[in-house]
Design a protein around this ligand. Structure first.
Ligand SMILES: Nc1nc2ncc(COP(=O)(O)OP(=O)(O)O)nc2c(=O)[nH]1
Length: 292
């Protein structure tokens, strides 16, 4: 769209300086509520892919204690195929704009595509969450540099192929090295380290043992000098370890992983079950930190 045709409020959002991490501090663990506006997400596909339902779910998560919302228009579950950028943007942008009109909560857009991220930032998103860690779209780094923050997640392969036969020399160190390179690339393209979150990418090209090893050694990633985001919510490995075959039966196990991650210093938890996670964090805080 030629600049002269871009609405002033969109241009403002794309050019104005933004507070790091949308002003969120990490003096306490932050909850990122998941809002998938897709027909096929592995645990909640089709539930919130219409405007009103999405807005209602956003409001519900804010009421349950979410510190931010992550809005995604493309499922990246194992075996998922790529959604064309125009379709992904058509799913995400109207919902994100509606939530922005309704609430001041920090919003991230969960996309691998620079064009979708740009449209989302213009509609009021604060952060970009790229599950490819800048590997999918060469334009993403420059677009994300205009955001208030960028989450770089590690993935081995693409959703179509990543779970066929994931292999590492040492998953802990291989993921560390890959994230370090992604952080360096993001910095070189204009995103300072205080605006970067790193994420080991549980379930993205990882076996059950890989996921457990990454979680057992999560504190290793503080060495990258960025906040750590963990997304375990309702994933297959939680079901495998907890004996819950159906994604929606995995909330207790998901909360257990969230508490473990916080004990290892993770700053952001990406979850479907906001209220339950918030309650668990409150108890952990009281039991560990005492009651003021
Ligand atoms: N940073 C980050 N982003 C993510 N986005 C999607 C999913 C996959 O989960 P979900 O969004 O629930 O499912 P789907 O990809 O099928 O929409 N997991 C992560 C994650 O672990 N970390």
């Amino acid at each position: 769209v030629p600049p002269e045709e871009v609405p002033p409020e969109v241009l403002e959002r794309l050019t104005a300086p933004r507070a790091p991490m949308a002003g969120l501090s990490f003096d306490a663990p932050r909850i990122m509520g998941i809002l998938n506006v897709t027909p096929d997400s592995f645990s909640d596909g089709g539930l919130f892919d219409e405007g009103e339902a999405a807005l209602e779910q956003a409001r519900a998560m804010v009421a349950q204690g979410a510190d931010m919302l992550d809005i995604g228009g493309e499922s990246t579950r194992p075996g998922a195929t790529e959604v064309p950028e125009a379709e992904e943007a058509a799913r995400v942008v109207p919902v994100l704009a509606a939530i922005r009109r309704d609430s001041g909560i920090p919003l991230s857009v969960d996309t691998r595509k620079a064009s979708v991220a740009e449209a989302a930032l213009g509609a009021g998103a604060d952060l970009v969450n790229d599950v490819s860690g800048l590997a999918f779209d060469p334009r993403m780094g420059a677009v994300a540099a205009r955001a208030g923050g960028l989450c770089l997640m590690h993935a081995q392969g693409t959703p179509e192929t990543m779970q066929i036969d994931p292999r590492y020399d040492d998953v802990r160190l291989d993921v560390y090295d890959a994230l370090e390179a992604a952080v360096a690339l993001a910095e070189a393209q204009g995103t300072p380290r205080d605006r970067i979150l790193v994420d080991p990418g549980l379930g993205f090209g990882k076996t059950l043992k890989h996921n457990v090893s990454l979680l057992a050694n999560l504190s290793l990633y503080h060495g990258l000098g960025c906040g750590i985001l963990v997304g375990a919510s309702r994933k297959g490995f939680v079901g495998a370890l907890g004996g819950a075959k159906t994604a929606r039966d995995r909330m207790p196990g998901s909360v257990a992983v969230a508490l473990h991650a916080v004990r290892q210093g993770a700053q952001v938890l990406r979850v479907h079950d906001v209220g339950e996670t918030r309650q668990a964090l409150s108890l952990q805080q009281a039991l560990v930190g005492g009651i003021p």
